[in-house]
Design a binder for this molecule. Structure first.
Ligand SMILES: [Fe+2]
Ligand SMILES: [Fe+2]
Length: 178
C-alpha cells in the first residue's frame, strides 16, 4: 500500500459524488427547483472530504514532499496546475453554499447560480482526477525512497485519524459562536 493508493481510492468516492450531482443537476434543470438538503450534503462532502481530507493529504503530504525533490519542469507544471484546481474547487464550493443559502431565503435567481457551481464542479473533477491517477501519481512516486514512501503512508493515516474529530469539534465551536 502506498499513499497514492489511498488517494486513488478516495477518487473513486469523489467520482460517485460527482455522478450524484450530475443526476441532481439533471432534475433541477427540468423543474427549476433545488433540494437544499442535497446541496448542503454536497458542500459538506466537498469541504470535509474532497478538500480537508483528500486535498489535505495531496497538498500537505505528497506535494509538500515533492517540493523538496528536483522535479522535472513537466511534473512541476502539473503539480502547480493541480494546486490551482484545488483552489478553484474551494471557490466553487463556497459559491455553492452561498447560493443555497440565498435560495432558502427565497431568492429564486440563485437556482441558476447553484446549477452553474454544480456544473463547474462536475466539469472540474473528472479531468483533475484523471491527471492525478494516470499522469502524475505514478511518476511522483519515482522521486522517493522506500523509507520516504512508508513515511508518507504513515502521515496519511495520521491525517485521516484527525478528520472526524476536526469536523465535529469545528461544528461544536461554530454553535458556541466562536
Ligand atoms: Fe487533487
Ligand atoms: Fe486527488
Amino acid at each position: 500500500m502506498e499513499i497514492i493508493h489511498v488517494l486513488m481510492a478516495e477518487h473513486r468516492v469523489i467520482e460517485r459524488m460527482v455522478a450524484l450531482m450530475k443526476k441532481e443537476l439533471g432534475s433541477e434543470a427540468l423543474s427549476s427547483t433545488v433540494n437544499p438538503a442535497f446541496i448542503y450534503t454536497a458542500v459538506d462532502f466537498f469541504k470535509n472530504y474532497a478538500d480537508t481530507t483528500h486535498h489535505g493529504k495531496e497538498e500537505g503530504i505528497l506535494f509538500k514532499s515533492l517540493e523538496a525533490k528536483p522535479l522535472s519542469p513537466e511534473h512541476k507544471s502539473i503539480m502547480d496546475q493541480l494546486v490551482r484546481e484545488h483552489k478553484i474547487a474551494r471557490v466553487e464550493v463556497a459559491g455553492l453554499l452561498e447560493a443555497a443559502q440565498r435560495y432558502e431565503r427565497g431568492d429564486l435567481d440563485s437556482v441558476a447560480h447553484i446549477s452553474a457551481h454544480l456544473k463547474r464542479l462536475i466539469d472540474l473533477y473528472p479531468p483533475h482526477i484523471e491527471l492525478e491517477d494516470k499522469h502524475f501519481f505514478g511518476a511522483a512516486m519515482g522521486y522517493f525512497t522506500p523509507e520516504e514512501r512508508k513515511q508518507m503512508l504513515d502521515d496519511c493515516y495520521d491525517h485521516d485519524a484527525d478528520m472526524a474529530h476536526k469536523k465535529y469539534v469545528d461544528m461544536v465551536l461554530k454553535y458556541e459562536g466562536q
